[in-house]
Design a protein around this ligand. Structure first.
Ligand SMILES: *Cc1c(COP(=O)(O)O)cnc(C)c1O
Length: 426
């Protein structure tokens, strides 16, 4: 297979280059994302540490309590843990026994709670890896097209790394996401259009002198960015005692996270870190933006773009780049892709809060809602170990639950008034 080389190759840990997901063509590491031969997406290729799995396991366990414990499996320099970073990851895997009881799950139900990351969403993982690539390629400005969480993660990571940032969002996002994206001091630009318009705009900017020296974490740094999602797979297995879950429910925006979780699980099997046995991956979307779920149910291989209309704005990508790969993975592993309505999303946010004390953003409502729906439909097996992802914090999407959540009563400060409210002993 031909290799496309560059004059001064960079080194990023065990990464040996980029390879095309479609045709396998190989490229040197660089800020490129599409195959020059067939336009397929590029992903990072590795020379992973084979040999004694026990030694690797010990090395990981002795590492820092963040994603850098997995540095031997990521496209980052060996001394990455010493560099300025938000150090995301190693978030809680919560054994959700109350929710399990409510949903009738007997095989063990867990919530991987990524709201515990530095900017309160899973996006800190992917951005942390992209920052290392940006440094290696000499970029001075970090950028992205974002459905909200990514903008905040990029702003914060750039601030810590001493890089400039300029991030782009659809103009009509939740106030919490806009403030989070702006507070770190970089430039924030609202684009009059949908996320898909924002993304198209960023692709144009990359080809223009205006965007020179800019690392767009989810465009020209996308192969590196994507690898950050593998750490979710690593952590889940390590936290289960180096065991694969039987079933895992993952939200879908572009589909990158889901495909890289699958990649991470396969790597752990190949390295001998977990026992090789089947696992099923389930994808979750909001009905108001469900192009992958639609294709799955219709038995199609192609994903027809839609115009999003849902409260789950972090997942509102109408033309998901990794949609076809998500379909492959769901079908190959025996999983499924399902969607829930906005009302079901709100119910699921409240269900998770009421049973486990976890306040999820709308994306978490999507995964919990889809989990419930798939159990009721007999698609998810309640006797198996199941992990549900919560990828963001409910404080960023207060509007979703505010209309149906509030004080049980507002009273004068007197015992009589409290007694009259009828709450005592409830
Ligand atoms: C970005 C995002 C996702 C998933 O993104 P992919 O593009 O599918 O990788 C999931 N949840 C939240 C909260 C997000 O912000």
């Amino acid at each position: 297979m031909a290799v496309h080389t560059v004059a001064t190759p960079v080194a990023l840990g065990p990464a040996v280059g980029l390879s095309c997901r479609e045709c396998g063509e190989r490229f040197d590491l660089g800020p490129i994302f599409a195959c020059a031969v067939c336009f397929g997406p590029l992903e990072v290729a590795y020379d992973l540490p084979t040999g004694d799995p026990e030694a690797l396991r010990r090395r990981i366990e002795a590492g820092p309590e963040n994603i850098w414990r997995y540095a031997p499996l990521l496209p980052v320099p060996a001394d990455v843990a010493d560099k300025p970073s938000l150090n995301p990851g190693f978030t809680k895997l919560v054994k959700a026994d109350n929710l399990a009881r409510e949903l009738g799950v007997t095989g063990g139900l867990y919530v991987k709670d990524d709201s515990g990351n530095p900017t309160h969403s899973f996006k800190d993982r992917v951005v942390a890896i992209a920052v290392e690539a940006a440094r290696a390629f000499g970029f001075t400005t970090l950028s992205c097209s974002s459905t909200g969480n990514l903008a905040g993660a990029v702003g914060a990571a750039a601030a810590r790394a001493g890089l400039k940032s300029c991030v782009f969002i659809p103009h009509d996002l939740e106030a919490g996401k806009v403030v989070m994206a702006a507070v770190y001091g970089g430039d924030l630009v609202g684009i009059e259009g949908t996320y898909d318009d924002v993304n198209r705009f960023c692709s144009e900017l990359i080809g223009d002198p205006l965007g020179e020296g800019w690392g767009f974490v989810n465009v020209n740094l996308r192969p590196y960015y994507g690898e950050g999602s593998k750490t979710l797979a690593y952590e889940i297995c390590e936290q289960l005692g180096w065991r694969l879950p039987d079933q895992i429910v993952v939200p879908i925006a572009s589909g990158s996270q889901l495909t890289k979780i699958d990649k991470g699980l396969k790597e752990l099997i190949a390295l001998g870190l977990v026992e090789d046995r089947p696992y099923k991956i389930f994808g979750a979307q909001a009905e108001g933006c469900s192009p992958v779920s639609r294709a799955f149910k219709d038995g199609h291989d192609v994903v027809r773009p839609v115009k999003p209309d849902t409260i789950a704005k972090s997942l509102a990508i109408g033309n998901p780049a990794d949609g076809p790969y998500v379909l492959d993975i769901a079908r190959r592993t025996g999983g499924a892709v399902e969607d829930v309505t906005d009302a079901q999303i709100v119910d699921a946010i409240k269900l998770l809060a009421r049973t486990e004390g976890i306040f999820a953003e709308t994306a978490g409502g999507v995964t919990v809602g889809v989990t419930k729906k798939l159990i009721e439909a007999g698609v998810l097996d309640p006797s198996l170990t199941t992990v549900v992802l919560n990828t963001g914090d409910g404080l960023k999407t207060l509007d979703a639950v505010a209309p149906t959540t509030g004080p049980s009563a507002t009273i004068r400060p007197s015992l009589d008034a409290f007694r009259a409210a009828g709450l005592a002993g409830s």
